[in-house]
Write a protein that binds this ligand. Structure first.
Ligand code: NFK
Ligand code: ZN
Ligand code: ZN
Length: 201
């Protein structure tokens, strides 16, 4: 089993301006209390996470609408290092074989600062993935659109095609090839996204 989930620690980088991640004790055995209990503060778009369509489309499906079957099953990991954007010619050069495809673009498994430059996805490439039967798109990048994008054309192309997006995967140690993928979001009612545990077998 390969854990492809980012390690979450106090101060883990988040999207500029978004809620910082904190994990702090509110009760400590060391202070004479009967139990250790912590308080978690987080954005829903923390580290390795799943976007629900509601994140980028006002009437898009919320987290509970995302079918679990999308997140468990055969998967392919692709080496996309050196690609400034994922475009149709690049995708054509691959032998796509699975409904779930994860793209390793060269992001390190631990971010010191939130990445400002990373590989984005062109809408035509999303349409191409849909034609090839892809249902789940994964990336090691923090978003499928550039950091400064306001209209999020990549995200919207995924929504249009009914493809779900997992961002911030830790793929540095993974060899390209075929695996079984397990990605489990939290059961957060009404949420726009959720941190996930993502594993390859
Ligand atoms: N689209 C990004 C997140 C994102 O865009 C964002 C996250 C938190 C606060 C503001 C954000 N975008 C603002 O334009 C993502 O899917 O994780
Ligand atoms: Zn997100
Ligand atoms: Zn996103």
């Amino acid at each position: 089993m390969i854990d492809i989930t980012r390690r979450l620690y106090e101060g883990h980088p988040v999207w500029p301006g978004d809620t910082p991640f904190t994990l702090e004790p509110v009760s400590k055995i060391a202070d004479g209390n009967s139990v250790n209990v912590s308080k978690l503060t987080t954005t829903t778009h923390l580290g390795t996470h799943l976007d629900a369509p509601y994140h980028y489309v006002e009437d898009g499906g919320k987290l509970e609408s995302v079918p679990l079957s999308v997140f468990i099953g055969p998967c392919q990991v692709v080496d996309a290092r050196g690609q400034q954007a994922l475009d149709v010619p690049f995708l054509r050069s691959l032998e796509l074989r699975a409904e779930r495809v994860l793209f390793y673009t060269g992001q390190p498994d631990e971010w010191r600062d939130f990445p400002r430059e990373f590989t984005h996805v062109l809408p035509a490439a999303v349409d191409y993935l849909a034609e090839r039967g892809v249902r789940l798109f994964g990336t090691d990048c923090p978003s499928v659109d550039p950091l400064t994008s306001k209209d999020l054309p990549g995200h919207k192309a995924f929504a249009r095609n009914g493809i779900f997006i997992v961002e911030g995967l830790a793929l540095e140690a993974v060899r390209p090839g075929e695996y079984e993928l397990i990605v489990l979001p939290l059961r957060l009612e009404g949420a726009d996204a959720s941190p996930v545990r993502a594993i390859l077998r």
